[in-house]
Structures are given as C-alpha cells and as structure tokens.
Ligand binder design. Structure first.
Ligand SMILES: [Zn+2]
Length: 215
C-alpha cells in the first residue's frame, strides 16, 4: 500500500466489503517514504486498522533512479511513450512479488493492489509496469509459483484514476489524507507525474480537489 489515491480506494473498498485487511507498506528508499507512511498510517487510523500496518524494508540499492536519490522528478512532457522521471526500475513487479511472499508466509489467501489503468504511451510520462497485460501475466505467474495459493487482485485495473476518485467519494474515503507527490516537500509539488495525474483525476471527477499544489 502506498500513500496515494489508488491504495486508499482499494482499502475503502475492502472495508466496505466487511474486510479488515493487513496493510503492507514498502520502504524502498523512495524520496517521499516518510510522507507516504504517514498517509498510510492516517488512513489506517481512520478505518480503525492502525495495528494492521506492516512496514517492510526493501534494499534501496535495487532501484537506481531519481525517485530514490532525491533527483529531479518533475514531468517535462517530452511526448508519447515518455517514461515518468520518477519511474523506479521494475518496482511494481518486485513489490507485488514480495507482497505475495508475505501473504504465503502468513497464510493470507489474497493480495489486493491499488493499480489503476496504466497510461504508458499517453502524453503524460508513466511507467511500463502499470498496464493491464503486464498485470495479467504477473498475476498468472504468481498464482503458479508458490506452495500455497495466493490470489492477486487488482480491482481498479480497468479504471482510470478519475473513476477511482469518484469511487472513493461514493465510499466515503477521506482522500484529503492521501499523499501522491514524488517530491519531498511540505505540499504537493504539482509538477511531477503523480501530481499531474492526481490533478487531472480530480478535474475529470465529480469532486473538488482538496490538494494544495506548489505550482
Ligand atoms: Zn508532485
């Protein structure tokens, strides 16, 4: 679970279904790890799940990128197929796999991911490890590759982020507690791909954006 909108919506969805999920947060050296962890904690507290938060450390030397080195992650919009400046090499594949390892270890049958429909190839720089084909292949491989069955679920995978925002509102999810930005500042920067995606999602959705942006 990250600190952003997508994770929060999946959490709200599970709670609405009567579940009390365990919340895995991965600290892999991301620049905004403290902010994200705070958001996860706040969301967990909101849903009475503070004791269900697990912070797992991942060696940051795995992910050499601007997002783990406090480099420039502002999105320059270079055009189609541009890679997000905050892309961390194969991060999503690694973290999803680790989540299934944790689930098998603790005999948890389901893993839920907060991933919305990928936008790689759109004018907004994004990441190749968010598209539906990648997700389906990974789900299949991970369900095969363990001693116990762990099902990987991505309930938002066919939704755009704006639809996730609308779902969050319908579920009463407190999106003001979320943190999306990839820059470690006091408020959202407004210029990184995460901020641009967040702002666009609210603009297309049905609710006002509660976020303060630097620019
Ligand atoms: Zn930002």
């Amino acid at each position: 679970m990250g600190g952003g909108i997508d994770s929060a919506v999946v959490l709200a969805l599970l709670v609405a279904m009567g579940e009390r999920p365990e919340l895995l947060f991965f600290d892999y050296g991301q620049s905004t790890g403290v902010k994200e962890m705070y958001a996860v904690t706040q969301l967990a507290r909101h849903y009475g799940l503070r004791d269900n938060v697990h912070c797992l450390q991942v060696d940051p030397r795995l992910f050499v990128c601007n997002y783990t080195s406090h480099g420039d992650v502002r999105d320059r919009k270079k055009g189609p197929l541009s890679l997000s400046p905050s892309y961390a090499p194969r991060r999503n594949s690694v973290l999803v796999t680790l989540a299934t390892a944790w689930a098998e270890s603790y005999r948890v049958p389901d893993v839920f991911l907060g991933i919305v429909r990928g936008e790689f190839g759109s004018k907004l720089g994004s990441s190749p490890d968010t598209n539906l084909e990648w997700l389906q292949q990974l789900e299949f491989a991970l369900q095969m590759g363990g001693a116990r069955n762990v099902k990987v679920n991505a309930p938002l995978a066919r939704m755009r982020k704006s639809q996730a925002v609308d779902l969050a509102v319908a579920l009463g999810c407190p999106l003001d507690l979320t943190w999306s930005c990839h820059v470690d500042g006091d408020t959202h920067c407004g210029a990184c791909s995460a901020c641009i995606g967040r702002r666009e999602a609210f603009a297309r959705g049905k609710v006002p954006d509660p976020t303060t942006y630097v620019e």
